[in-house]
Design a protein around this ligand. Structure first.
Ligand SMILES: [Zn+2]
Length: 77
C-alpha cells in the first residue's frame, strides 16, 4: 500500500513538471499563426475561393475549368 502511495506522488510530481513546461510564455507568437488568405470571386458564378485554388483565365479567375469554359474564356498561359 505504501508503494502505491509513492507511485501516486511520483505521478503527481511528473504531471506538475510537464504542466509547467507546456504553458507557453506570455506574448507568444499568436500573431504569426494566423496567415490571411486572399479570397477571390469566380467570374462566372461569383463563389469565393482562395486565390491559390482559383483557375486563371484571360478575363479573371474562376472556381473551376468548367466555369472558365462556360464563360468562353481560356488559359492565358
Ligand atoms: Zn464558378
Amino acid at each position: 500500500m505504501k508503494f502505491l502511495f509513492l507511485l501516486l506522488v511520483a505521478l503527481v510530481v511528473i504531471w506538475a513538471i510537464k504542466r509547467s513546461r507546456v504553458n507557453p510564455p506570455a506574448g507568444s507568437d499568436k500573431a504569426q499563426t494566423a496567415s490571411p488568405t486572399e479570397m477571390v470571386a469566380c467570374a462566372q458564378c461569383g463563389i469565393h475561393l482562395p486565390r491559390a485554388e482559383g483557375v486563371s483565365g484571360q478575363n479573371g479567375l474562376y472556381c473551376s475549368t468548367e466555369h472558365r469554359s462556360a464563360a468562353h474564356d481560356s488559359n492565358p498561359a
